[in-house]
Design a protein around this ligand. Structure first.
Ligand code: HEC
Length: 124
């Protein structure tokens, strides 16, 4: 009995943080934000267009780099991007108008982008 309790205790400790992390990501909310704000330049499947392809690429960047790029326009190589893309941290979303992207918003958008394909590897 004591062993069972111990095992359960360990399992709970191991499982709870990941359950909480998953619960925080909302792909449907990410889709809405993407469709309303990003799709016109990055394409319906994040395949690129006016903006770069995000599927399989920025979709898998470290969150902090993704966030910096979207909010301030400084990309994964530390380069200041061209001006076509709004600095979302300054302008706020087009819809909901003027609302600054929160970490949750950005995580949800990135989670939605991951639905379009796997991480690009050096092989492709
Ligand atoms: C008006 C067009 C436009 C809109 C709208 C737009 N982008 Fe972009 N985006 C661009 C362009 C153009 C680039 C490439 C700029 C460059 O490399 O200099 C880019 C680059 C990016 C990059 C870096 C990609 C890479 O591989 O370097 C990310 C990430 C990104 N956009 C995310 C978003 C997100 C998220 C949204 C919606 C909130 C969005 N973009 C909306 C035009 C746009």
């Amino acid at each position: 009995m004591r062993r069972v309790a111990l095992t359960l205790g360990c399992l709970t400790t191991l499982l709870l943080p990941s359950v909480a992390a998953h619960a925080a990501v909302d792909v449907t909310a990410g889709k809405r934000l993407y469709v309303d704000n990003c799709r016109r330049c990055h394409g319906a499947r994040a395949q690129g267009g006016i903006g770069k392809k995000l599927a399989g690429d920025a979709a898998y960047w470290d969150f902090d780099v993704f966030k910096r790029t979207v909010l301030t326009g400084i990309d994964d190589e530390g380069r200041t991007m061209k001006t076509e893309m709004p600095r979302w941290g300054t302008t706020g979303f087009a819809k909901p108008a003027g609302v600054k992207p929160s970490d949750d918003d950005l995580r949800n958008i990135q989670a939605y982008l991951r639905t379009f394909g796997r991480k690009r590897t050096s092989a492709n």
